[in-house]
Structures are given as structure tokens and as C-alpha cells.
Design a protein around this ligand. Structure first.
Ligand code: ARG
Length: 463
């Protein structure tokens, strides 16, 4: 009897190099638990429709549970000639219980197993990433009260632009990660569909009950078209895309905090437990964790590219190329999961260097735009107001002073209608306080948003 799951038609033994080249068990062994869960559900369905006997089903379940323990306790022997995790588990089952084990593969294909196991794995991985994102949002929201009064410079082109309340920064990241959570939920919907029963590509003539298997495995439904299902890896690409976007969002945050922790900015003190030093420069405390979060984004984005190229132009239905989907999938998950694990304590523990931030807020004319808006409110056309404030900034720059320091004559000189009320919007505190539009950094708006976020995160605690 050949060891292969497909040996019958072959006269020649497989070349050793082919076995090495085609194996996937070195990486798909990670799916062992999903494979066993799906096989148990499949066996129970086979018994229910009468394709196997109840006692055979019990033997199969019992033996599969033993195999699970052996794998978990590192007592299971893996060998590349058995190709993948699915064949390993089935082979071990047959060794344990003989003919009952030889019935398990009734009405299913190996690709059925691959597709089903990966769907189960993606489903739980989506949930894991989602709960990490919630933790990260909690860490950002957790800073909001303590940092409520802190005003930071906001940037465009990395040039000082307008003043922004610190919680406005923290909630900006919460919003980005919230959209990622929505994308995860959407991806989960399409993932959580039963593939098993598509068989090789055409379905089966045996009286299987797919709805029964779907219910046992917690899938919301059954995939409609066997030809589509056996070739479909969309759900996995979607997940890797969402992971890439999360990595991009983390990378933006990491870059910002790397900058803020430099001597040049000096806005932020990173906890030493999350920094590393230099082997040659004794004084160095480097933000390596943030740099690696930024750097690992490259691999996560690369994995998405790998998968898009992998499925490009594949004819229906299953092609062995698809075996190559697992490494990029696992790697993207592991990388983003690890990055999030570190991002959470970093966000919670970093400290804003308030005196330095405050002392430099006068630089960069952060109140110029609010001054322009004050002029607009006095019925001066926006284009004119922009021009006039530009001239005022020019004067202030030439004299090395703030807009606030210009005497009233200077304001009057650019426009007769201006009076001492201009001073009500000058200075960063007043410029921030003047903000009122929905979603702006004005204190009322930010307060509302912080409350909204606290409420939202309370909800996701329960569900
Ligand atoms: N190891 C293969 C994979 O992961 C199993 C699918 C095998 N199907 C086949 N027709 N060769 O894709």
C-alpha cells in the first residue's frame, strides 16, 4: 500500500526532490486544529446522512482528538513525503483505526480541506486582530483626559500649520483603526462561508449535507458554486489587504512618534523599556521598536503584492500555485499582530514633553489662518483676507515677533476695518478655542468626540 493519498495510478515512486519541492507541511501544519475541527464536523455529517456508521464516526472523532493532543504535545511525527498537514492527519487516523479512517475522505477533496481550514483560520485571525485594534484604540483614548489641555502644532508638508489639541491627534488614529475594523468585519462576512463540499471542483454525487457542516463549524452559509469555491482565495487576499492598511496606519503613527522623540522635536519621551541602545555610541536610546513597526510594513505590503501576482491569470479551478498563498498570509498576520502587541503599551506609556511643546508653540504663525477667518467674518473676501494676513505675517517675520505682538496700527494699515478685536483670535490657545466646525480641533468638538469614543469602546467591551 502506497503512503501517498493518490498513489494508485503511479508505477514509479516520487523523486525525493519532488517531495521536498512540493511539500507544504513545514508551514501548513499551523492549520492542524482547523483541519481536525473540520474533519470532525465532516464525519458527523457523514454519519448523519448514513455514509458512515455512528460507531465509525465515534472512532474517527476519538482518534482525531488523540492526534490533536499528539501534535500539541510535540509527539507527532512530520515527514515531507506526506506533503501537507491534511495528509498527515488522515494518514495518522488510518494508522490508528484502519478502515473507518479510510472513510473520512468521503465526499471531500484535499482542496476542500485547504479552503475550509484557511477560512476557519482567517476567521479567528480577523477576530484576534480586531481585538488588538480595540486595545490600541483604548490606549489612545486612555490618553485623552490627561492630555486634554495640551496643544500641539499640526503639520502639513511637515511644516507648522495650525494648532491642534493632543486628543485630536489621538482620536485621528482611532478613526483610522476604526475603518480598519470595519474592513475586517466586512472581510469576515465573506470569509465565514462553508467551502467544504465543493469537492474537487464539481461537487459530489454522494448525498452530503453541506448546511449541516456549515452549522457545526459556525459558518453563516454555504458557498454557492463549487467551481468558484474551489478556486476562491478572495477572502484571504482581502484580509492581507486590510493587514497591509493597518501596517500603513501603524507606520504613519510610528514615523510621527520617531520624529517627535528626536532632540530636534523633543515632543515625546518614549519609555526606555521600548527602546534599544547602540553598541558604539554610549549615549544613544533609539526608537527601534517604532522603526521596526514602520519597516515591517514593507513586508506586509509585499505579501499583498505576492498574493495578487500569485492568483493572476490562474484558470479555474484549483491549481497547485495556490499552495503558495499560506506563507504570505501567515507572515502578514504574525507581523501585524506583533506590531500591534507592542504599539499598545507604547501608546499608553509615552509621555509628552509639555514644557518644550508649549514653549515653542509661538513659532510658525499657527494662528495665521484663524486671523484670516476673523477678517472673513468682517466681510473681507477670502482671497483678500489671505493676502492681507500674508502681509502681516511678513511684517512679523521681519521683526522677529508673533502676530500677537504687532501693534494695532499694523493691522489698521492693512485694512481700515480692523480693530482691537483681532487680538481675540491671536495666540495658539485662542486660535484653537476659535474652532467650532464639526470634526474640528475646537475644545467643544474634541470633548464631544472623546465622549463618543469612550462610549463606543464601552460597547465593544460587551460585544
Ligand atoms: N498541499 C496542497 C495545498 O496546500 C493540497 C492541495 C492538494 N490538491 C491537489 N490537487 N494537489 O494546496
Amino acid at each position: 500500500m502506497t503512503e501517498k493519498a493518490w498513489g494508485g495510478v503511479f508505477d514509479e515512486a516520487t523523486d525525493r526532490r519532488v517531495e521536498e519541492f512540493t511539500e507544504s507541511v513545514s508551514f501548513d501544519r499551523r492549520l492542524y486544529a482547523q483541519d481536525i475541527d473540520a474533519s470532525i464536523a465532516h464525519a458527523q455529517m457523514l454519519a448523519k446522512v448514513g455514509l458512515i456508521r455512528d460507531d465509525e464516526c465515534r472512532q474517527i472523532e476519538q482518534a482525531l482528538r488523540e492526534i490533536r493532543e499528539e501534535i500539541e504535545q510535540d509527539r507527532f511525527q512530520f515527514r515531507s513525503e506526506l506533503e501537507d498537514i491534511h495528509t498527515h492527519i488522515e494518514r495518522a487516523l488510518i494508522e490508528k483505526i484502519g478502515d473507518a479512517g479510510r472513510k473520512l475522505h468521503t465526499g471531500r477533496s484535499r482542496n476542500d480541506q485547504v479552503a475550509t481550514d484557511v477560512r476557519l483560520w482567517v476567521r479567528s485571525s480577523v477576530d484576534r486582530i480586531d481585538s488588538r485594534l480595540v486595545e490600541l484604540q483604548r490606549a489612545f483614548v486612555g490618553r485623552c483626559d490627561a492630555d486634554a489641555q495640551v496643544i500641539l502644532p499640526g503639520y502639513t508638508h511637515l511644516q507648522r500649520a495650525q494648532p491642534v489639541l493632543a486628543p485630536h491627534y489621538w482620536l485621528a488614529y482611532c478613526e483610522k483603526f476604526q475603518r480598519d475594523r470595519e474592513r475586517l468585519a466586512d472581510c469576515r462576512r465573506r470569509t465565514n462561508v462553508l467551502a467544504l463540499g465543493a469537492a474537487a471542483l464539481a461537487g459530489t454525487s454522494l448525498p452530503i449535507d453541506r448546511a449541516e457542516v456549515a452549522a457545526r463549524l459556525g459558518f453563516d452559509g454555504v458557498a454557492a458554486n463549487s467551481l468558484d469555491t474551489s478556486s476562491d482565495r478572495d477572502f484571504l487576499l482581502e484580509f492581507v489587504f486590510v493587514l497591509a492598511l493597518i501596517a500603513e496606519h501603524l507606520g504613519t503613527w510610528a514615523e510621527e512618534w520617531i520624529l517627535w522623540s528626536t532632540a530636534e522635536f523633543d515632543f515625546l519621551k518614549l519609555p526606555q523599556a521600548f527602546c534599544t541602545g547602540s553598541s558604539i555610541m554610549p549615549q544613544k536610546v533609539n526608537p527601534d521598536v517604532l522603526e521596526l513597526i514602520r519597516g515591517k510594513t514593507a513586508r506586509v505590503v509585499g505579501n499583498l503584492q505576492t498574493l495578487l501576482v500569485l492568483v493572476k491569470g490562474l484558470p479555474l479551478a484549483y491549481n497547485r500555485d495556490l499552495q503558495e498563498d499560506k506563507r504570505p498570509l501567515f507572515d502578514s498576520f504574525d507581523t501585524v499582530d506583533a506590531s500591534l502587541e507592542l504599539a499598545v503599551p507604547l501608546v499608553a506609556a509615552a509621555r509628552l514633553n509639555r514644557p518644550v511643546i508649549a514653549e515653542r508653540l509661538d513659532r510658525g504663525y499657527l494662528d495665521a489662518t484663524t486671523l484670516m477667518e476673523h477678517l472673513i467674518r468682517r466681510n473681507i473676501p477670502q482671497r483678500t483676507a489671505h493676502e492681507l494676513v500674508g502681509r502681516l505675517v511678513r511684517k512679523a517675520v521681519d521683526r522677529g515677533v508673533r502676530l500677537l505682538d504687532l501693534p494695532l496700527e499694523d493691522f489698521k494699515e492693512v485694512h481700515d476695518d480692523l480693530d482691537k478685536s483681532v487680538y481675540q483670535v491671536l495666540g495658539v490657545e485662542r486660535a484653537v478655542a476659535a474652532m467650532t466646525s464639526e470634526g474640528s480641533t475646537g475644545p467643544e468638538q474634541v470633548k464631544k468626540q472623546v465622549a463618543r469614543w469612550k462610549e463606543r469602546l464601552k460597547e465593544s467591551e460587551s460585544g
